[in-house]
Design a protein around this ligand. Structure first.
Ligand code: HEC
Ligand code: HEC
Ligand code: HEC
Ligand code: HEC
Ligand code: HEC
Length: 267
């Protein structure tokens, strides 16, 4: 299934529009008062201070309801339980719910076997949705330190048989992080050269290329196609190395000052 790019752009823009500030959002005013020991009170605490909180992605953006009504019945009128297939928070609908604002991730996720399994009601609980890895309310992001365990919840268990997926996932995510560090490092070299008034146009062009390849590799992650992800990571990494080399060429003194070199990608 392919998502038209224009549609994604429109949805992205819609998602980025913050609700009017100033008017109280009754989901928040009431839920913040609820007992923390109840699911409804705990949900508020999980959401509070997350990236979504700061970006104005309030409860109603995902659950629906009327955030201007101060009564439970009024505010909840159109809210459905997550177990109801008509609810936006039903497992099979979650990729589209999150994808309203995270179109690049949904586009890649929709290519995966995980997504195809979610389309079949009987197997819906066998496959991860966005919230299996990110949490429903807390926008957590897995790192190389905890990614393998997240995959092992299903891969390499008795039911699925031996699998190298958890280790491959960890290695791939580590290389994404490595490419990011390389880009940051190269950026410092380019900035140094620029500060000394050297011509850096060529280096900066390569740096931009590295950044866009890096971003593409991060989005591609959600296809879980490791080979394709690594192809993009390699590209990002090579562009970053080239940017550093060009910055050094533009600035001989920089070269003398450091013998540090970025080691080649090793695997
Ligand atoms: C006047 C208080 C009040 C307001 C306003 C309110 N809630 Fe709730 N909400 C509760 C209480 C109490 C519960 C737990 C008991 C229940 O489910 O009826 C709850 C439960 C929920 C649940 C879990 C429902 C389930 O089926 O398990 C969701 C989701 C939810 N609220 C979302 C919202 C959203 C979104 C809004 C704003 C549009 C909102 N709430 C406004 C008090 C409120
Ligand atoms: C980014 C989307 C998103 C936002 C924002 C969000 N939720 Fe949720 N919430 C979900 C999803 C998805 C689930 C279903 C979790 C599951 O299936 O385990 C859920 C589950 C819940 C539950 C558990 C009961 C149920 O319906 O399964 C409660 C209670 C709840 N949310 C309340 C809130 C409140 C209150 C806020 C705001 C403070 C909020 N949520 C903000 C997506 C969101
Ligand atoms: C109404 C729009 C909207 C919806 C719906 C939404 N998000 Fe977000 N999300 C955002 C915005 C805005 C940000 C802030 C960063 C950005 O601009 O991407 C964000 C950030 C994130 C981040 C990154 C956190 C970080 O530290 O960088 C994750 C992960 C995330 N969302 C997961 C989800 C998941 C999972 C769902 C569905 C349950 C979801 N989002 C639904 C708008 C949304
Ligand atoms: C099997 C685990 C898994 C699933 C399922 C998953 N993600 Fe992710 N997601 C990750 C990991 C790991 C990262 C960090 C690597 C990266 O930045 O791409 C991430 C990163 C993100 C980010 C942050 C990207 C950034 O720029 O920092 C967003 C937003 C996001 N995912 C949204 C989603 C959405 C939406 C879905 C469902 C359509 C989803 N994810 C499904 C594991 C998952
Ligand atoms: C909730 C369970 C669950 C979790 C968690 C999970 N997966 Fe999966 N995954 C599945 C199922 C089920 C399949 C389909 C298995 C099959 O058909 O052999 C699958 C298939 C895959 C495939 C495709 C294999 C193929 O034959 O095409 C890849 C790659 C994959 N998962 C990667 C991951 C990664 C990486 C993680 C951790 C970040 C992860 N999965 C977490 C359930 C899960």
């Amino acid at each position: 299934m392919r998502f038209p790019r224009l549609l994604i752009l429109v949805l992205l823009c819609l998602g980025m529009v913050h609700p009017a500030r100033g008017e109280p959002n009754t989901c928040l005013t009431c839920h913040s008062e609820l007992n923390e020991a109840t699911p409804a009170g705990r949900a508020y605490l999980q959401w509070k201070n997350t990236v979504h909180d700061k970006a104005g992605v309030t409860c109603d953006r995902c659950h629906g309801g009327d955030s201007s009504s101060g009564t439970l019945d009024g505010a909840h009128r159109s809210i459905r339980a997550a177990s109801d297939p008509a609810s936006p928070t039903y497992a099979g609908n979650i990729p589209e719910l999150c994808g309203n604002c995270h179109g690049a991730q949904l586009e890649e996720f929709a290519r995966s076997k995980h997504y195809r399994i979610l389309q079949v009601r009987d197997s819906i609980l066998d496959s991860p949705t966005c919230i299996t890895c990110h949490g429903a309310m807390n926008t957590a992001i897995l790192s190389p330190a905890n990614i393998a365990d997240a995959c092992r919840r299903c891969h390499g268990r008795e039911k699925t048989g031996p699998s190298s997926i958890p280790e491959e996932a960890q290695a791939t995510l580590s290389l994404i992080y490595y490419a990011r560090n390389t880009i940051n490092w190269s950026r410092e070299f380019v900035l140094l050269a620029r500060r000394e008034g050297r011509p850096t146009a060529a280096a900066e062009e390569r740096l931009q290329e590295a950044i866009s390849r890096f971003q593409a590799s991060k989005a591609k992650w959600h296809s879980f196609d490791f080979r394709e992800i690594l192809r993009l990571v390699d590209g990002a990494y090579e562009s970053a190395r080239e940017a550093k080399r060009l910055a050094e060429d533009a600035n001989e003194r920089l070269k003398e000052r450091t013998s540090l070199d970025i080691p080649p990608l090793d695997r």
